[in-house]
Unconditional design. Sequence first.
Length: 95
Amino acid sequence: MIYLHIKHAEMKECNNWSPQLKRYLKSEMIKRGISCEELQVKLSNKGFTYTKSSIETKICRGKFSAVFFVQCLWAMNCKSIDIKNIAELVQDNEN
């Protein structure tokens, strides 16, 4: 089960979350020592069909669905994410 820890904070509207979500996903892969090829195997073991190439493309471009994002985190055994920290990164990047 993945828990999303959402803490209320005053934040202005953020328009571009893609770069920070891309960084977050890549950082989780790096922390766990997981390559795109290994992620593909882990996703496959969970029943999701992606090619190594499609995973690389999604992550490189930073354009992927919330479903893909959560599937990757689940496949990597990530138990929680802090939305507030990601939102703060987005805000800092927009300033």
